[in-house]
Ligand binder design. Structure first.
Ligand SMILES: [Zn+2]
Length: 581
């Protein structure tokens, strides 16, 4: 990163004078091709009109109404981009009340006891989605753990795998004689009785999911509120990674009403569990395609969910989950490798239908076996015509391999990564697979060394708190993880895969902008680009490494509008005598 000692870079006469905003005496970390750091920056309308020395920017751009912020050494970053969120689900998750942090079986039991006091006898208590690798006990709760109340059926939701208490099993008629549903399992304990764990079989529970539906206005408010939360975290664009028609309508309505606080790039995920002919027909009939829309709301990629999740032991791996999978996920077969939801031929047929419609392609592929399957299909498509121009990508790819990365490099495949999972999930996953088998768990250094474009994302899906949501969407936490690779146990997971803070910032700016086909408009601070900026409370380049996760945004500007201003933000002045160094 270099600080320039040259003069002003500005646009032509039409935009030159009378800026709306000028930032001076800051560290403007541009993320341009040369990683230049400027001291001054001017904004007019929705665009950046000048960067350079503070006094030059003031001299050329300041008019009588220009609002001047003196940053006193604080940094201005390009607006941050989270390439992977699920805004509606997250917004709704705490819309009717806060969820407690459930990080242990004891906390879960207290939650159940608390709920029982206010829930009429006989009514369901459902423990909101909690991931077993993130419980201090590192095990899936069984019915005995949930039998802390006896007058309520209780269910524990870990996504594909659920657990139920004795009353829940009884009123649902689940006994040792209940046949396993197709693809699912009623797990038995040592006594031959159901131990409460239901793998892909939660639908056997009668009445557990009967929550009151949300109204249309509630959905709009929840979505808007969540997007506002992103802006407060310093995010100016998010990629929403699994939308269908009803969600597309909600986003469009927010935009029409002037209530869309951040830019959104939508990933369409049709239901690929149906027969392939139906999926192909729906793709053909759809009016959508990549880049359709405008700079506030547009379509990004087309997605298939290829395998399950590492947090529930269903990600499709190259190796078996082994004995620890039994404790952590309630598995019964130590040779189990996870679940591939879509076979390679079906995936090929779906992608072969989507590509001619102009779609960028991706698949949720978390386990190594799923990554390899996706790359097999990309290779088949690449042979027909080069896939690189579509900027198609692997999504998650938690379990990488040098061979898979070579294939990505060769074909020009990008990566959508979740560095926060290194922190939360690697302690439990290390016990499942052995630490050595986590050597390629989000290998960020290897990606960058090979020139693979990496887009950082949180996979935020539950909760409103940027630091305690599942998954935390604080971009500074996720950057800190990419830099330190420090787990919840305080260990560094494979030091050689650490990246620099500038590279981490690129992963939350220019990288995702490129993945989203927006690199000409966003992702760096350059004259003529959209004025998407975040002012932070310290200098990003020199603050202690461990303080990076504590960085707080003071101002979030999107398209030249102040979308978020913290109470501790610097105050603008229109006085012409503002001094610049
Ligand atoms: Zn996701």
């Amino acid at each position: 990163m270099r600080t320039i000692a040259v003069g002003l870079l500005a646009t032509g006469v039409a935009l030159a004078a009378n800026a709306d905003f000028i930032f001076i005496n800051g560290r403007v970390i541009s993320m341009d091709a040369k990683d230049t750091v400027f001291a001054g920056l001017a904004v007019k309308g929705e665009r950046i009109t000048a960067v350079g020395r503070a006094r030059d920017v003031l001299a050329k751009e300041q008019g009588p109404k220009t609002q001047v912020f003196d940053l006193q050494g604080r940094s201005v970053l390009p607006g941050l981009i989270d390439a992977h969120v699920h805004a509606l689900d997250a917004g709704l998750s705490e819309f009717r009340g806060a969820l407690p942090p459930l990080d242990s079986i004891v906390a879960i039991q207290n939650f159940i006891r608390d709920k029982a006091r206010t829930t009429p006898k006989g009514e369901w208590i459902v423990v909101p989605r909690t991931l077993p690798p993130r419980l201090v006990e590192m095990r899936m709760p069984v019915k005995a753990d949930l039998d802390v109340v006896t007058d309520h059926p209780v269910a524990f939701d870990a996504s594909y795998v659920w657990s139920a208490n004795s009353m829940a099993l009884r009123i649902s008629g689940i006994t040792k004689d209940t046949p396993n549903p197709p693809g699912g399992e009623v797990v038995k304990g040592a006594d031959g009785e159901p131990n409460g764990i239901l793998r892909n079989a939660a639908h056997l529970l009668k009445g557990a999911e009967s929550t009151a539906p949300f109204t249309h206005e509630e959905e709009l408010s929840a979505l808007e509120g969540m997007l506002r939360g992103y802006a407060e975290a310093g995010l100016t664009t998010v990629g929403d990674r699994a939308v269908t028609a009803p969600e597309v309508s909600l986003f469009e309505e927010l935009k029409r009403l002037g209530r869309l606080p951040v830019r959104v790039v939508l990933t369409w995920r049709p239901n690929s569990s149906r027969p392939v002919e139906e999926v192909v027909k729906e793709i053909g009939a759809s009016p959508w395609t990549t880049n359709q829309g405008d700079k506030w709301l547009k379509f990004g990629s087309f997605k298939v969910t290829l395998d399950g999740g590492q947090s529930v032991g269903t990600a499709y791996q190259r190796m078996p989950y082994g004995p620890f999978g039994k404790q952590l996920y309630g598995q019964t077969n130590p040779d189990f490798r996870g679940t591939l939801f879509v076979d390679p031929d079906k995936l090929y047929k779906i992608f072969a239908a989507a590509r001619p419609k102009g779609w960028q392609l991706t698949a949720h592929s978390q386990g190594g076996g799923a990554v390899d399957t996706l790359l097999d299909v990309f290779e088949r498509l690449d042979k027909e015509s080069p896939i690189a121009p579509t900027r198609s990508h692997v999504m998650h790819a938690s379990f990488q391999s040098p061979a898979a990365m070579d294939r990505m490099k060769r074909m020009g495949i990008l990566a959508d990564v979740q560095p926060g999972w290194l922190h939360y999930d690697s302690p439990a996953l290390g016990r499942v697979f052995g630490i050595d088998n986590l050597r390629d768990f989000f290998p960020l250094r290897s990606y960058l060394d090979q020139g693979i474009v990496v887009a950082g994302g949180s996979d935020h899906m539950i909760g409103h708190g940027k630091n305690n949501a599942v998954n935390p969407f604080n971009p500074f936490f996720n950057m800190w993880m990419s830099i330190t690779r420090r787990t919840t146990e305080g260990k560094v997971l494979f030091e050689h895969q650490r990246i620099t803070r500038e590279e981490a910032l690129r992963m939350y700016t220019a990288g995702p902008a490129y993945l989203q086909f927006s690199e000409k408009a966003t992702g760096s601070i350059e004259v003529g680009k959209l004025a998407d900026l975040v002012v932070i409370d310290r200098d990003f380049t020199s603050c202690p490494e461990d303080d990076i996760r504590k960085i707080e945004p003071l101002i979030t500007m999107i398209g030249g509008k102040l979308v978020y201003t913290a109470s501790s933000a610097p105050v603008a002045t229109t006085k012409t005598e503002a001094t610049a160094k």
